[in-house]
Design a binder for this molecule. Structure first.
Ligand SMILES: Cc1ncc(COP(=O)(O)O)c(C=O)c1O
Length: 457
């Protein structure tokens, strides 16, 4: 019988992360007076993480205490989706990296554990953060509990209402979670004064969490981001490095790699080790998938923009819908972000990645097919990757080709069942951004500097 799961032993777990900054050219992040220097980030992040953020070392050692906690659920299984292949009657071979097996249920703790460790090492006692779907907030709550750190989470209002048990999960791990915008910060109060009924956005929640960190006079609080930044994506590369080893064991190499993309971290985690091969001449198609309702990579311009609503972050070179853009209330809360990781943006701008956008209804259709074949109930974010996997598997069938498809099962949807209920009762709709709305949101960049179009390959 052919193996369904390809498993690594704990000894076979990668001991280093892959840093793509060694292999690509990037525009620098900008402050008011030019490129941002590491010490300008010191009030926000601990210096050991700032150093990692700007490092261009290709391989970075994973500290032993981080590996030890990751071993609770890692190495994660690589699974051949034979039941899905059968349901689609496709000649494609479909493999997924199952990141839903972590304690909080997603890929997010791969970086949460590392970030909590570096904060603890630096003498920090409390971490603040934002969360969209609640997966990141619960991952950081879990990681902080492992290292004895205090954790405060600003959760985007709409997800806070849609997913109440995420708050309970965070409380179980000892963290404090409030809905954002909140009345606890100036950024939150400003937004509420303008629009008391706002569904909130990741951009707003990030402003609140940064404000809470930098205004703590004890100097023992720092902010932590669950995606977008170089060090976050670096920590996630353990996914792709494991997947590569697992595929090698069975003599496979993917033709197509797929991951959903909100800020870009689970996608990059799986894809970047294979992007290195592509840079070195290997043929592989790599697709980040986003919601049509928040089409950052597929329709927004490549610009310099702030990572948050209240302009507390430096200007980052990225595809962006504008830091004031409040995405429609799609249920994939983790994909409701106006920007995208600068590294993922750079690779898209160079044509090394080909972004796709999918409508909400197609994502749930694909999610149900996978739940009813593979058995795992996917997170709404993961459903975006699944919709693309189904499309590609059907294309392979039309072309009669035995394509090897690898995708990231970024999380389970066991606390997202309200969204599934809405799908069953036909209460979910597709949101498509109009050209007028896009043009309106782009006006914000008029006086911003423009990134250079750099070529790494
Ligand atoms: C399960 C899951 N997948 C994907 C994402 C999107 O984030 P990223 O693009 O950083 O992987 C999130 C974010 O909350 C998530 O919870």
């Amino acid at each position: 019988m052919e193996a369904r799961k390809i498993i690594l032993t704990e000894d076979e777990m990668p001991r280093q992360w892959y840093n793509i900054l060694a292999d690509i050219k990037m525009n620098p992040p900008l402050g008011p007076d030019g490129p941002v220097s590491p010490d300008m980030l010191a009030p926000i992040f601990p210096m050991n993480l700032v150093e990692q953020e700007v490092s261009t070392e290709r391989w970075i050692d994973i500290p032993e205490p981080v590996l030890d906690i990751l071993r609770i659920w890692r190495p994660s299984p690589l699974v051949r989706a034979t039941a899905l292949e059968k349901a689609l009657d496709t000649p494609a071979k479909i493999y997924y990296k199952n990141e839903s097996v972590s304690p909080p249920g997603s890929h997010k703790p791969n970086t949460a554990v590392a970030q909590a460790y570096y904060n603890k090492e630096f003498g920090i006692e409390k971490i603040t953060t934002e969360t969209g779907a609640g997966q990141w907030g619960s991952a950081l709550a879990f990681a902080c509990s492992q290292f004895g750190l205090e954790c405060k989470v600003y959760m985007v209002r709409i997800s806070f209402d849609q997913k109440p048990y995420r708050k309970s999960m965070m409380a179980t791990w000892g963290a404090n979670c409030v809905a954002s915008p909140s009345t606890e910060t100036q950024s939150g109060r400003d937004v509420l004064a303008e629009n008391p009924d706002t569904p909130g956005s990741l951009g707003i929640a990030i402003s609140e969490a940064i404000e809470a960190a930098v205004s703590d006079e004890s100097g023992k609080t720092r902010y932590s981001l669950g995606s977008v930044l170089n060090h976050v994506l670096l920590h996630q590369t353990i996914i792709g490095l494991e997947a590569k080893k697992q595929l090698e064991k069975i003599g496979e190499y993917p033709d197509i790699i797929i991951g959903c993309a909100g800020g870009g971290s689970n996608f990059a985690g799986l894809a970047f080790p294979f992007v290195l091969d592509k840079i070195n001449g290997k043929e592989v198609e790599i697709y980040p998938v986003e919601p049509a309702a928040c089409p950052t990579l597929t329709r927004a311009p490549f610009v310099y923009d702030h990572g948050d609503y209240a302009q507390k972050t430096p200007l980052l070179p990225m595809y962006s819908l504008g830091h004031r853009f409040v995405p429609p209330p799609v249920h994939a809360g983790g994909l409701r972000y106006h920007g995208m990781a600068p590294t993922v943006s750079q690779l898209v701008s160079e044509g090394l990645l080909e972004a796709k956008a999918v409508g909400q209804l197609a994502t749930y259709k694909a999610g149900l097919l996978c739940a009813r074949s593979e058995g795992i109930i996917p997170a709404p974010e993961t459903n975006h990757a699944l919709a693309c996997v189904v499309d590609e598997a059907m294309k392979a069938k039309e072309e009669g080709k035995e394509k090897v498809i690898l995708f990231n099962w970024s999380g389970h949807g066991l606390l997202d069942l309200m969204a599934y209920d809405k799908y069953f009762s036909n209460d979910l709709i597709n949101y498509e951004l109009s050209d007028e709305e896009l043009q309106e949101s782009e006006k914000i960049f008029e006086n911003f500097p423009k990134p250079e179009l750099l070529k790494s390959v």
